[in-house]
Design a protein around this ligand. Structure first.
Ligand SMILES: N[C@@H](CCC(=O)N[C@@H](CS)C(=O)NCC(=O)O)C(=O)O
Length: 216
């Protein structure tokens, strides 16, 4: 029994949804936590994830797992086929590093709680908040692009097999689209993002394919 706490627009949930698809797993239940209505801060969800952030995943008896990268690595350890991390230590470090640029250095700066804090505490208007988000997106894109110029990059971020880094790259690409960031100058990034979208597990997991999502 797998239960996924999710919301169509959540990029971190997108990451976990891709991993579930790659592993051939379908959640038995998806619990919608509407981030646009602040449902992540309600007591019911705070009891699941005290950080008040999506996703959370319950596998069997629980307890709830939290943080997308931790959940993805848990899925990889408990369902090793297909592997989402390389066999060698250096390779794993590179894949985790690329993943963390997205999930730890960039994405946390543009989530609702940060945008709402900028708005309510510092009275920063919408255009300035968008500029903030685009800035942090672009910084991560530039760093990823440089890394993806390395010899280890193949069809995907690390060689020719999908890894956790591609999952994170796909979420960065979806976020860039949400915030109107042009990824075209980042050629390696854009190429791999396109390749990922050609993989069914990625395409089906896309935020805009989820119930409740707008048409475009
Ligand atoms: N580092 C976390 C990020 C989780 C996160 O911030 N999720 C966003 C949605 S993508 C969220 O639920 N935000 C709620 C908020 O900011 O109030 C992860 O990768 O799981």
């Amino acid at each position: 029994m797998i239960r996924l706490f999710s919301f169509w627009r959540s990029l971190a949930t997108y990451r976990v949804r891709i991993a579930l698809n790659l592993k051939g797993l379908t959640p038995d239940e998806e619990i919608d936590v509407n981030l646009m209505k602040g449902a992540q801060r309600e007591a019911a969800y705070r009891a699941v994830n005290p950080m008040m952030a999506l996703p959370a995943l319950v596998d069997g008896d629980g307890p709830a797992l939290f943080e997308s990268l931790a959940i993805i690595e848990y899925l990889d350890e408990t369902r090793p086929d297909p592997p989402l991390l390389p066999k060698d230590a250096r390779g794993r470090a590179r894949v985790r590093g690329l993943s963390q640029i997205v999930a730890c250095d960039s994405h946390p700066l543009i989530v609702p709680r940060v945008r709402e804090y900028l708005e309510h505490e510092f009275k920063i208007d919408e255009p300035a908040r968008m500029a903030w988000c685009r800035h942090w997106h672009t910084q991560a894109l530039a760093a990823l692009e440089t890394h993806l110029g390395a010899a280890e990059t193949g069809r995907f971020c690390h060689g020719d097999q999908v890894t956790m880094a591609d999952i994170c790259l796909a979420s960065q690409a979806a976020g860039a689209a949400f915030f109107g960031v042009d990824t075209a100058p980042f050629r390696n990034f854009s190429r791999i993002a396109q390749t990922c979208l050609g993989v069914d597990a990625f395409a089906r997991a896309h935020p805009l394919k989820q119930p409740g999502a707008p048409a475009s």
